[in-house]
Design a protein around this ligand. Structure first.
Ligand code: EPZ
Length: 427
């Protein structure tokens, strides 16, 4: 087993290059199944979610050619299966995108219910509603989702609540459906827009991505294409918060500033300085942080995937800050770990009250999920003393080369092998 060791107190300075977006690539890789052709995808992040998804595509018969660390070619010509087992889906929440992609390709899909981060109930009723409105029969048996349709037919689908996954999954199933599909109350997240761009590059006819209403005119065939994954807005936001939290002065390169507007606004409200420089942002942290309130919302609101990271700043801001989690019903599991480091937080359902403390102190903690793990990294960077983080496999899912990137910014951080007593005890 490995853990991360951080000696806190170093300011982050210098430059960091942002990788391709995890939440965009895990939707685009399955979309390559929709063409019996070769798709070349560039700027892919080197993270375990991508390795898992490529493994799944190979198990279905796709030929994967790794051109270099960040580029693959996927030949879906010989894909001959529409079944994805539990073994394959358990590490990857986004495995449910394979339902939409396989439905779109074969008119049928048999995919094990997904795994991934656990912060409360993560239903997929809106995905299923969309597939059924497109004319497929869907049932769940032995934790497998079975979907089949003689012919997918365009339909009007209104999302009861904004759902990134359901918006993306319906897009994947609808691109080759007969006629017009309209998705109302659609998600506007960057990953939804980038999938639409990718599918249109394959010959689809999708309009309105990034607005509340997406219109999809079904086409008969899709072809291969070349596409570069957009920069990861959450990775960028994480480094912005880390630079500010350490009172540092760092330039975050290869970003789309528009995707980061809500994060920038909150950092500035807390007292940081953010300067836009084309496809880079320079972030400098204040001597002390002002309190501020955060309410997470669907895009373009403050992203829920940045809530734990921002909470670290609120833990040491002057005064009382309020965080209201507007997307997930239980995304404060990381608070227990933060309080081990001296934070003073009261959680009541989807609201948390942060009473700022003068400093955090190093402690042994764990990553409860991907973004909680990112928050622990930031907490360790600013804490007095040494912090050790276990369960770092969660962080490996979504942050490419994060140890190397943080060390290059001046962090005192390294990975350490250790015997996991939890396993020893169960042995
Ligand atoms: C995506 O998850 C992201 N994952 C999540 O990021 C992110 O937190 C979330 O969108 C919100 O932005 C990927 O893109 C792979 P949703 P997703 O469907 O699609 C409810 C990370 O850290 N809902 O937008 O699963 C749901 O319970 C991950 O990178 C239904 O009720 O999220 C939630 O309350 C964590 N029924 C809300 O909608 C459904 O059928 C938003 O969920 C689907 C969702």
């Amino acid at each position: 087993m490995e853990k991360i060791v951080i000696r806190g107190g170093n300011r982050l300075t210098g430059e960091v290059e942002i990788s391709g977006a995890k939440n965009a690539v895990v939707a685009i890789l399955p979309a390559a199944l929709l063409a019996q052709d070769v798709c070349r995808i560039e700027n892919i992040p080197c993270i375990s979610d991508v390795s898992c998804m490529l493994e799944i595509l190979e198990s279905l018969g796709a030929e994967i050619r790794r051109i270099n660390k960040h580029t693959v070619e996927i030949n879906s010509k010989y894909v001959n299966s529409y079944v994805v087992s539990h073994e394959m889906t358990k590490q990857l929440r986004a495995s449910y995108y394979l339902i939409g992609a396989l439905l779109g390709r074969f008119g049928k899909a048999k995919v094990a219910l997904p795994g991934g981060c656990n912060f409360g109930v993560r239903p997929i009723d809106l995905h299923i509603k969309g597939f059924e409105l497109l004319g497929s029969e869907v049932n769940v048996e032995n934790a497998m989702i079975n979907a089949k349709a003689d012919k997918l037919t365009g339909s009007s689908i209104y999302m009861d609540q904004v759902s990134v996954g359901a918006t993306i999954n319906v897009m994947l199933a609808a691109v080759k459906a007969r006629g017009l599909t309209i998705i109302g109350n659609a998600a506007k997240e960057p990953q939804s827009v980038s999938l639409a761009s990718f599918l249109n590059a394959m010959g689809a006819d999708i309009r309105g991505a990034g607005t509340d209403v997406i219109k999809i005119h079904g086409v008969n065939e899709l072809h291969g294409c070349t596409y570069s994954i957009i920069p990861d807005q959450i990775e960028a936001g994480t480094y912005m918060v880390a630079a500010a939290a350490t009172k540092g002065d760092a330039t975050i390169r290869n970003v789309i500033p528009k995707h980061l507007e809500a994060i920038t606004a909150k950092l500035v409200e807390c007292g940081a300085t953010v300067t836009e420089m084309g496809d880079a942002l320079r972030v400098t942290g204040p001597k002390s942080f002002k309190k501020c309130n955060i309410k997470t919302m669907p895009h373009p609101g403050f992203p829920t995937d940045m809530q734990p990271q921002m909470a670290v700043i609120l833990s040491v801001a002057q005064g009382t800050s309020l965080v209201s989690e507007g997307v997930w019903d239980n995304r404060f599991r990381y608070v227990e770990q933060l309080t081990r480091m001296g934070a003073n937080v009261i959680v009541d359902g989807t609201v948390a009250v942060f009473q700022g403390v003068p400093e955090l102190t190093g402690a042994p903690v764990k990553a409860d999920d991907l973004r909680a793990g990112a928050a622990m990294l930031i907490a360790g960077l600013i804490a007095r003393g040494t912090t050790e983080i276990e369960d770092i496999q969660f962080i490996d899912r979504g942050y490419e080369d994060y140890i190397e990137k943080l060390r290059a910014l001046g962090a005192d951080i390294y990975r350490k092998e250790f015997e996991d007593v939890r396993i020893m005890k169960n042995a």
